[in-house]
Design a protein around this ligand. Structure first.
Ligand code: COA
Length: 326
């Protein structure tokens, strides 16, 4: 028998304010159109955080829901890993703020920076902690306030992102060491700094204050996304002796509908097996996969035993995939 990280519960949080595409021009003076955004990206609206909301406050809300759905009390949490590119401040880590908000005073908490791949990286770290016996219950959170790092005069980027948070609770369980086990089967992480300048934030962190702005060479990022995501998904399936036919759900990073559709096609999955939230959430970076998981699991779509593929690419460039059986 080996130790596996089981997904015990998923939660999400979205700020109350919704900004549909057609309000971007009317309210914010951006020269764009609903038709341009929908055709290029599939995005129809995004949620925008209220002034007092931060990565930690939204992350805590998502974590509360994940713990509640898992039926696990906060006192059982050994570690909190918060993936974010928009922490409240440089330190304390926003993960420690989440710990405090949940009333956790033991164990440890830290932030992880891998841009839009942050949640997949965080799953990898949590899996390692659980497999090596350093923790039995880990809260993995992705929480982002991208509205504060967007250049609202750059229509090529500001229409693409939104704010939100998602979380999963991972708990130690046992498996036979085969791909039939429940829990995280494996994570596959990559980065290549040669492409650091095609997607970056040109200043320091601080979702509660002054910070740099996001810059992106959209076409180049798109090109990398399609090839790197396809390769890493194959890598993950091969590592577990699995094929496309074994995949029940694709829960991809939600950046662009065209990239999502290309990945669904690659896996030969019918559209109803691909979880899509980008139309309503836009790109919430590290929060997008756990938010999509929370929505699909909360609606009872993902069933016990289903094999789920998660994949993401982001600034760094970073990219990765995770395979989990629910
Ligand atoms: N509304 C209207 N027109 C816009 C616009 C907007 N919001 N943003 C850009 N345009 C215009 C440009 O100015 C350009 O006009 P021009 O031809 O007169 O110069 C034209 O649309 C095409 O711009 P371009 O940037 O080449 O568009 P594109 O077809 O590459 O689409 C993205 C842009 C960003 C949607 C696309 O490149 C993309 O999705 N990239 C991947 C981004 C991504 O997923 N990033 C996150 C990874 S984590």
């Amino acid at each position: 028998m080996i130790t596996r990280a089981l997904i015990a519960g998923c939660g999400g949080y979205l700020p109350e304010r919704v900004v549909p595409n057609d309000r971007l021009g009317a309210d914010l003076g951006i020269e764009t159109s609903d038709a341009w955004i929908v055709e290029r990206t599939g995005i129809r609206q995004r949620h925008i955080a209220a002034p007092q909301e931060t990565a930690s406050s939204m992350g805590a809300e998502a974590a509360r829901q994940a713990l509640e759905r898992a039926g696990i009390g906060a006192e059982a949490v050994d570690a909190v890993i918060l993936a974010t590119a928009t922490p409240d401040q440089a330190f304390p880590a926003s993960a420690v703020r989440v710990q405090q908000a949940l009333g956790i005073t033991r164990g440890f908490a830290f932030d992880l920076s891998a841009a839009c791949t942050g949640f997949v990286y965080a799953l990898g770290m949590a899996d390692a902690l659980i497999r090596t016996g350093q923790a039995r219950c880990v809260l993995v959170i992705g929480s982002e306030v991208f509205s504060r790092i967007l250049d609202w005069t750059d229509r090529g980027t500001c229409v693409l992102f939104g704010d939100g948070a998602g979380a999963v609770v991972l708990t130690a369980g046992e498996g036979g060491g085969t791909a039939a086990d429940r829990g995280l089967l494996s994570t596959h992480l990559h980065s290549d700094g040669r492409f650091g300048d095609i997607l970056l934030v040109d200043g320091g962190p601080g979702s509660n204050g002054q910070c740099g702005k996001l810059r992106m060479a959209g076409r180049e990022v798109f090109r990398h996304a399609v090839s790197k995501l396809a390769a890493v998904v194959d890598e993950a399936l091969e590592a577990n002796g699995l094929g496309h036919e074994d995949v029940r759900w694709l829960v991809p990073h939600q950046a662009n509908r065209r990239i999502i559709d290309a990945m669904g096609k690659k896996l030969k999955l019918p559209a109803e097996r691909v979880v899509v939230t980008v139309d309503r959430h836009a790109n919430t970076s590290a929060a997008s996969i756990p938010l999509a998981l929370a929505e699909a699991a909360g609606a009872g779509l993902i069933e016990r035993g289903d094999l789920v593929v998660m994949e993401a690419i982001g600034g760094g460039l970073t990219w990765g995939a995770a395979l989990a059986r629910f």
